[in-house]
Design a binder for this molecule. Structure first.
Ligand code: PRT
Ligand code: ZN
Length: 284
């Protein structure tokens, strides 16, 4: 019994998908550029596909699970379950208009033309906003549409914003935040559900580790209460005596998101010799 997973063959999600599986202890050798490969380290068979096709394959249970962008999952509107956000492939789907033009608000899109590869998400959004605009479906390079007179606005994915910038466009409104997600078919056998639970356990341990750092520091004993207060850790910080009397070493885990903030507070509280170490896996 194997779980069949669909991942992007090549493109922006390919590396992240392979990397995540690798960190879960799953190795995939695709030296011969095959479309279907058996993995080692987990009972998994990998299908390499175009990202656009993944939701349908998963809906139809040709693949049991898949890694795809939320943007694609929402646009294709297939009947699948979203099991887990994966933390890579982050971007947003935004409406953008020419800089210094006359469209300053979403309401001003009424009776305008919008070019996009996301007609379904966009039409749902416009309907909710009660805006009557015409959608020009294109398969890519939306950013040139206003310049060549094909549309008044675009609706496309943005990550750094440099594509918009170099085409003299600016974001008017973000309509969807996206990242890669694990989707699963609604028709998983009990055995396969168990395999998926095992895979999710590994994925969550990897994600938790990526989002956290291990911190070690030295502190005078009289500063320990303040410092430990700043470092809740997984249960509470580990405090060990140093060879030098009156000093201790403190070990704990801090989250990536408030990392710099906490480091500054630790320094101000008298911590010295602060070391930050990556965590490989984290099981709580
Ligand atoms: O061949 P296949 O169909 O599988 O791939 P594809 O060409 O359709 O997709 P691909 O590989 O370009 O993107 C796959 C997925 O990556 C998308 O569906 C998103 O979920 C995610 N992703 C993350 C992005 C971006 N960031 C992104 N920046 N997909 C596309 N872009 C494009 C965007 O369309 C625009 O042209 O990058 C440009 C904007 O980038 P910035 O950095 O200039 O803002
Ligand atoms: Zn695609």
């Amino acid at each position: 019994m194997e779980l069949k997973i669909a991942i992007q063959k090549s493109g922006r999600l390919h590396e992240g998908s392979m990397q995540l599986l690798k960190e879960c202890g799953i190795n995939i050798s695709n030296g011969n550029n095959q479309l279907r490969v058996k993995a080692s380290g987990f009972p998994l068979e990998v299908f390499f596909l175009r990202d656009d096709d993944i939701p349908e394959y998963v809906q139809d249970a040709v693949a049991d699970i898949g890694f795809a962008g939320q943007n694609v999952v929402a646009e294709k509107n297939k009947s699948v379950l979203i099991a887990e956000p994966l933390g890579f492939g982050k971007c947003r789907l935004s409406i953008a208009v020419p800089k210094n033009g006359n469209i300053l608000s979403v309401q001003q899109l009424n009776n305008k033309r919008i070019a996009t590869s996301y007609p379904y998400i966009l039409s749902e959004y416009l309907q909710k906003q009660n805006i009557n605009a015409s959608i020009h479906e294109i398969s890519g390079s939306a950013e040139i549409a206003p310049k060549i007179g094909l549309a008044d606005a675009i609706c496309d994915l943005v990550s750094s914003g440099s594509t918009l910038f170099s085409n003299e466009l600016e974001e008017l409104e973000t309509i969807l935040q996206s990242e890669a997600v694990l989707i699963s078919t609604k028709r998983l056998s009990e055995e396969k559900q168990e395999l998926l639970a095992k895979l999710l356990f590994r994925i969550r341990a990897v994600k938790k580790a990526t989002n956290n750092k291990y911190v070690l520091l030295n502190a005078p004993n009289d500063r320990l209460p303040v410092i430990c207060n700043l470092l809740p850790g997984m249960r509470s910080p580990t405090v060990l005596p140093l060879a030098e009397p009156g000093w201790s070493s403190v070990h704990s885990v801090i989250s990536e998101s408030d990392f710099w903030n906490i480091i500054e507070q630790l320094k101000n509280a008298g911590a010295q010799g602060i070391l930050i170490v990556p965590i490989e896996k984290m099981i709580v």
